[in-house]
Ligand binder design. Structure first.
Ligand code: IMP
Length: 200
């Protein structure tokens, strides 16, 4: 299978940029749902996989093109894995300064010193004719700071320090450094490996 053009089923600028950068070497034209005026599909599922599948399939149906969707979120140990699939909606007005403040307030209220958290990501590729999906998963473990550090990235990046890094938050890394170890980078690396397999 050769994919010449891929629609990213997202309206999230941070995600679109990371996915586009990662796919840049593969000679695939990458366009987003925003570029094509496609709708932002409502996430009615309860798992990352369910949501990524439904976003990819819905937009493949509407556009008639290969669609790639990412559903991801931050899972905090002391909050029983929340906000998880609800990470985007957890932030009041989708404002992540407010979202981070709310999250740190909730963690503080537990009086626990457990700061462990992980990001999860499931990427789904939907085929335009069959509407069948292939899914690829990625995860990165780390801990949360109690204050923001760095101005790069998006979402909860300024408080997340990955275990495999050098103590910097994702917001203090450039896109390439983050993607090497991030949940999204790992899920997309699996997707890219399968593209390479298909094109053999
Ligand atoms: P959704 O996949 O559209 O439901 O949104 C996922 C939400 O999880 C984003 O809006 C962010 O709040 C958060 N999130 C997912 N990936 C990242 C990341 O790489 N950095 C920071 N926040 C993220």
């Amino acid at each position: 299978m050769t994919i010449k053009r891929l629609v990213i089923a997202s309206h999230n600028k941070g995600k679109i940029q990371e996915i586009s950068e990662l796919l840049a070497p593969y000679h695939i034209e990458v366009v987003s749902a925003v570029d094509l005026n496609l709708p932002d599909v409502e996430e009615t599922g309860t798992t990352f996989e369910e949501n990524s599948r439904l976003k990819a399939v819905e937009l493949a149906k509407i556009s008639g093109e290969y669609c790639l969707a990412d559903d991801s979120g931050l899972c905090v140990d002391v909050l029983g894995g929340r906000p998880g699939v609800y990470s985007a909606r957890y932030a009041p007005d989708r404002d992540f300064d407010k979202g981070i403040a709310k999250l740190l307030g909730e963690i503080e209220a537990t009086h626990s010193d457990n700061r462990k958290a992980h990001f999860s990501c499931v990427v789904a590729l939907a085929h335009p004719q069959t509407l069948e999906c292939q899914v690829f998963e990625g995860r990165v473990d780390g801990h949360l700071l109690s204050h923001k550090q760095g101005s790069g990235g998006f979402g909860y990046d300024p408080i997340f320090v990955p275990d495999e890094g050098d103590g910097r938050t994702f917001a203090e890394m450039n896109g390439e450094e983050k993607s090497k170890i991030s949940h999204r980078g790992r899920a997309l690396a699996k997707f890219v490996r399968s593209l390479e397999e298909w094109s053999k």
